[in-house]
Design a protein around this ligand. Sequence first.
Ligand code: KG4
Ligand code: ZN
Length: 352
Amino acid sequence: MGPVLGIETSCDETATALLDADGRILAETVLSQTREHAAFGGVVPEIAARAHLHYLPDQVTALLAQAGLGVRDLGGVAASGGPGLIGGLIVGSLMAKGLAMAAALPYVAVNHLEAHALTARLPGLMPGGAGFPYLLLLVSGGHCQCVAVEGVGRHVRLGGTVDDAAGEAFDKVAKLLGLGWPGGPALERLAARGDPRRHDFPRPMLRREGCDFSFSGLKTAVAQVVARYPAGPLPQQDAADIAASFQAAVTEVLADRARHAMAMMRARAPAADLLVVAGGVAANRAVRAALEEAAARAGFRLAAPPLRLCTDNAVMVAWTGIERLRLGWTSPLDFAPRPRWPLDSADLRPAA
Ligand code: KG4
Ligand code: ZN
């Protein structure tokens, strides 16, 4: 099989990647649209769609030039087909289908969540690659869920958020503290100077059975504290204490939920011993340290792909394309991109 092209346009990253059949990265481009959306304090779907349309063709051209390859040298084209913002999904899917049709290549509509899930299997990331089954904790701005990854197209959602995603909570609290968008990294920096014991914020779902999450009550509790101050910027130390106390609450909840998820995983597959974290929140050092400790206690290894592969990227999309093409699984050219496409959908594998 020739190299596989991956395209990611489900949110606000326009990304392309070219991987050889063994999963080695031949070329890669990522264009983050942070600048386009920052003024609005979040991703504006229409602006994202237009930016993908504007950037994607040149990115594909540049990618192929980087690798010194033409479309006809490829072994397949894979694009995120959902879940995500429909405008971007349409742009990426149509580009992939057009290339596939023009060069008679197989096309793979990739489930973006499966792409996050299978990243840990990229050769070279972990000795031997992650073998099935393993536990995935996906914590990003849009997703917050625990998944038993049992095979390509075989995923069981063990639990997830009933309201906000963890990254969304970081972003909303960062906004309350006047830190700009996206707020997670800035909030982590501010928290480093604060007292995590100053505010006893709620720990939603702590010790609750299962591994669901909830963050909206925590966000409201922070908003109530912030509302006690007069309008305008908070005193520096007070803001740092709020940030640190909030981060401590999120961290404790994530570690507790991961503990429950590991127990659930063990009940499904007694030999399972790998916890993979993915998503932007995995960049947070306090979160990572707490997960590391929870995993060690449960007899699990923690694997966190390098950050650029944790956040949205096209390497994971191309890799998922390769995993599927190896099984002979392709998608029809009339595949309709899906804003919603849960990871445990039965249609992630061919009908038996
Ligand atoms: O995976 P990602 O790049 O995009 C998706 O949402 O798919 O994740 C971005 C999210 C944002 O909510 C951002 O605030 C959060 O991850 N994030 C962080 C940190 N870095 C990024 N949250 C907490 N601490 C960080 N250091
Ligand atoms: Zn993502």
